[in-house]
Design a protein around this ligand. Structure first.
Ligand SMILES: [Zn+2]
Length: 480
């Protein structure tokens, strides 16, 4: 065990999927023409007043309930003052000391099935800023479309002890957010952003080490890489005094895998928070919270638990299926379509073949050319020996291309396995006549020699004979 202990906390910003922005009626679509999705409110023109979009708060409450947090009965908004060219008001409307939500947790699961609870300190609502682009040719331009888009800031407790735990927390959090439909969580579009706080202390020491914040993390892998770099830097500083660790904000460079200083870390008082005078405090009624809770779907961990217990699946399979709720639904429909199929066999088909096709990006699960019942039919054909494993994959490909069911494709492409004993017996007898040496070897106890006879039958039937049936027939004929 290392003499040092790593402490990691994460701040995640998620853009909420509302029809309009947090305090005005502008719709926001990523990638729109710059400065076309704005109005006097989000442009901060004099006299324009914000009005809270209640739907954003409802999506926030939905998130709070999904992570088991407490929803406040009373909440308010505050001004966070700072200057930036993409922030026309000169302040951001955020929440300071009375967020709408506190507590809760995300449970992460490790490969060996063990789990750990990562606490959530608070979740609050705030508005997004615009986007500055600094041109290589000199000068900067600003796009204010993103100004006022609702953001949830989800702050974790400093409960993570390794970059890997941070990665797992982010993955689990994102999956939960996608399940409840509050955000598409697409990091490439900036709808999910993450800042990481990290410090290292001697194991056993209670006081935290000097904390560094890392920004510019555009993928979960990069969060992990940046943290690994920082942990190594802090540890070297503590062990060899290689440098002095100062509290600061650092930027991650994905090309070099290193971080570099950006600015000294600001303190809360630097922002001169004060209650937002233009947005009245908000009361949240118990029945509103209850009504939102009643619409929550089955959450990822509960789904994996159920897939494991109801269908006897390994948890690994459960997590692969649960990555997309509709893929898990497809699996369960396929299982229900034929009770004689082994659920693990169905899971193998869905997690391998179906997901492979989905990953190619030409088909979605909701409009998959092979309905769940048809996949179940194919699995039944393989189970009953009507097609071999190799033939089943070819039939699958045919079903994908034509939309026909498994028996139709198998017949049309001549992919049926010959299992008819009468038809095969003729071929087996011919093979036995044609391979006297192999027959003598089998009779002398060399089981392996049977392969030559099977091979002969396969050649005669162009690979369509059911090998299991052929083996049985060889035994029977030789025993005559
Ligand atoms: Zn607007």
């Amino acid at each position: 065990m290392s003499a040092w202990e790593t402490i990691i906390g994460l701040e995640v910003h998620v853009q909420l999927d509302t029809a309009t922005k947090l305090f005005c009626r502008c719709a926001y679509e990523y990638g729109g023409q710059p400065n076309t999705q704005t109005c006097p409110v989000c442009l901060a023109l004099p006299g324009a007043l914000p009005v809270l979009n209640r739907e954003a708060l409802r999506l926030g409450i939905r998130t709070a309930l999904a992570v088991g947090a407490d929803v406040a009965t009373h909440t308010k908004f505050d001004r966070k003052n700072y200057f930036y060219p993409d922030l026309p008001k000169g302040y951001q409307i955020s929440q300071f000391d009375e967020p709408f939500c506190s507590g809760g947790a995300i449970t992460i699961e490790f490969k060996d099935g063990s789990t750990k609870r990562i606490g959530i300190t608070r979740i609050h609502l705030e508005e997004d800023a615009g986007k500055s682009t600094h041109r290589d040719t000199g000068g900067s331009v600003v796009d204010l479309n993103r100004c006022g888009v609702p953001l949830l800031e989800i702050v974790s407790e400093p409960d993570m002890r390794s970059p890997e735990e941070a990665y797992r927390y982010l993955t689990a959090l994102k999956l939960t957010l996608r399940y409840i439909g509050v955000s598409d969580c697409d990091m490439e579009k900036g709808s999910l952003r993450c800042d990481a706080n990290v410090s290292v202390r001697p194991r056993g020491q209670e006081a935290f080490g000097t904390k560094v914040e890392i920004k510019n993390l555009n993928s979960f892998r990069n969060v992990q890489r940046a943290l690994e770099f920082e942990v190594a830097r802090h540890t070297a500083a503590l062990e060899h005094g290689s440098e002095e660790i100062v509290q600061q904000t650092r930027l991650f460079d994905a090309t070099t895998g290193e971080t570099r200083p950006m600015r000294s870390k600001e303190q809360a008082h630097d922002y001169r928070y004060f209650p937002e005078p233009d947005v009245p405090p908000v009361t949240i009624a118990g029945d509103e919270v209850e009504a939102i809770g009643a619409t929550l779907p089955e959450l990822p961990r509960a789904k994996v638990d159920r897939l494991a217990t109801a269908h006897g699946l390994p948890r690994y399979d459960g997590w692969v299926l649960a990555e997309e709720p509709s893929v898990a639904d497809y699996f369960e429909e396929a299982v229900a379509a034929d009770a004689a199929n082994d659920p693990k066999a169905v899971s193998n088909w869905v997690t391998n073949e179906v997901k492979r096709v989905l990953n190619e990006g030409t088909h979605t699960i909701d409009a998959f050319p092979i309905p769940s019942g048809a996949l179940s039919g194919l699995i039944a054909m393989q189970r009953d020996g009507a097609v071999s494993a190799t033939q089943a994959k070819e039939v699958f490909q045919g079903m994908l291309e034509t939309g026909d069911d498994a028996p139709t494709v198998a017949k049309a492409r001549g992919l049926e396995q010959l299992s008819d004993t009468d038809a095969l017996e003729t071929a087996v007898r011919a093979a036995i006549d044609a391979c006297p040496k192999a027959v003598a070897d089998v009779r002398a106890g060399k089981e392996k020699a049977k392969g030559a006879i099977v091979g002969h039958v396969m050649k005669q039937t162009r690979g369509k004979a059911n090998p299991g049936v052929v083996q049985q027939l060889i035994d029977r004929v030789l025993a005559e």
